[in-house]
Design a protein around this ligand. Structure first.
Ligand code: NDP
Length: 329
């Protein structure tokens, strides 16, 4: 059936300026790291992207290596674009990244100009796009001069293959240096993508402060801590959950009794706020406006609906914030 986007989609979401740029991102963005690979059901992924867009989620995040197999999430997304979204391309912010291992030999990972330029060409081919909206360096490279990596990002913007550039998993010090180099090249860093959630608070140790000072936006990945900050594991490990599945990025050993005891208390708190725990976790990440967008993953349409509704209550009392800190201490 031909997809026609919901007329009311822009009434469902709020949009936040990304740093000091002209670009606004939805408070909730959708990442395609899991559940969009060659091993996954195409129609489920397609339904999730359709529903996300209908809820005002305009931003979709990919990387060269998402799958499995690596590259297949971009191929799936390219197919979804061709099937449903060609009329809506100008309403979408599509990002991809390079940094992790993608192909054999010395040019298939890290941060050389050779790798970043070749990888974006491959990503554009897989997605059937002329350009991406945001191109990220996915992880810092200890060996390549940062000047070379940033010059590669700047080059790709000048070539029209990316509109904006970003960095991911960079320390505060490296982010500051990258920002200064990019500014000197005339292509300011749009965004940083760190892991950030109630259970992963590293960005509070200087990174968020530097981003604010530099005018760089931020998008928090794994804001639900890969599913742990939801009701998913409260009653054991469901067979269709990420922890039970083939992903090597969440193993059952992480879901300990101690973790679940804390999650259960957070779940009670969320209920008192009239939210699901997943919604409270997203609201917490977005509280105070320091983070531009929360970048969720999903395995089913209903999870995207949960996430989009989180924006209805983003405020916390001081006592609630203190209680969350006590529970997770
Ligand atoms: P989340 O922390 O949002 O975890 C998503 C998972 O949580 C879902 O797949 C689902 O797991 C579960 N879940 C989501 N909503 C609900 C709900 N309402 N109720 C119960 N369970 C729910 O994020 P991800 O770890 O998936 O990461 C999100 C995105 O961040 C990625 O797609 C990617 O774009 C980006 N990312 C970037 C990285 C980087 O290095 N830059 C690294 C990692 C991620 P289940 O399968 O069990 O249903």
């Amino acid at each position: 059936m031909v997809y026609v986007a919901d007329d009311k989609r822009y009434e469902m979401m709020t949009y936040r300026r990304c740093g000091k740029s002209g670009l606004k991102l939805p408070a909730i963005s959708l990442g395609l790291w899991h559940n969009f690979g060659g091993i996954d059901k195409y129609e489920n992924g397609r339904a999730m992207v359709r529903r996300a867009f209908d809820l005002g989620i305009t931003h979709f995040d990919l990387a060269n290596n998402y799958g499995p197999p690596a590259g297949s999430a971009e191929e799936t997304f390219g197919r979804i674009l061709r099937d449903d979204f060609m009329p809506y391309r100008d309403e979408m912010i599509i990002s991809t990244k390079a940094g992790y291992y993608m192909w054999p030999g010395p040019y298939g990972e890290w941060g050389s100009k050779k790798y970043l330029v070749s990888s974006l060409d491959q990503s554009l081919t897989r997605m059937g796009l002329d350009y991406v909206d945001i191109y990220y360096h996915h992880r810092p490279d200890p060996d390549t001069p940062l000047e070379e990596t940033m010059a590669a990002l700047d080059l790709l913007v000048r070539q029209g293959k990316a509109l904006y550039v970003g960095i991911s998993n960079y320390s505060p010090e490296m982010a500051l240096e990258a920002s200064r180099i990019l500014k000197s090249l005339g292509t300011p860093c749009l965004i940083h993508q760190p892991q950030y959630s109630m259970m992963a608070r590293q960005p509070e140790q200087g990174l968020l402060q530097i981003l604010e000072e530099e005018g760089i936006g931020s998008i928090a990945f794994s804001p639900l801590n890969k599913g742990i900050l939801t009701d998913r594991y409260l009653n054991g490990i469901a067979p269709d959950s990420r922890a039970a599945g083939p992903s090597v990025f969440l193993n059952q050993g992480e879901i300990t009794e101690e973790v679940i005891a804390k999650v259960s208390r957070l779940n009670d708190m969320a209920a008192k706020r009239g939210q699901k725990l997943s919604q409270m976790a997203l609201a917490w990440t977005l509280r105070g406006g320091k983070v531009t967008s929360a970048l969720i993953g999903a395995s089913k349409v209903s999870q995207i609906e949960d996430a989009a509704a989180a924006i209805n209550n983003l405020s916390f009392t001081d006592e609630e914030l203190a209680q969350i800190d006590r529970i997770l201490a």
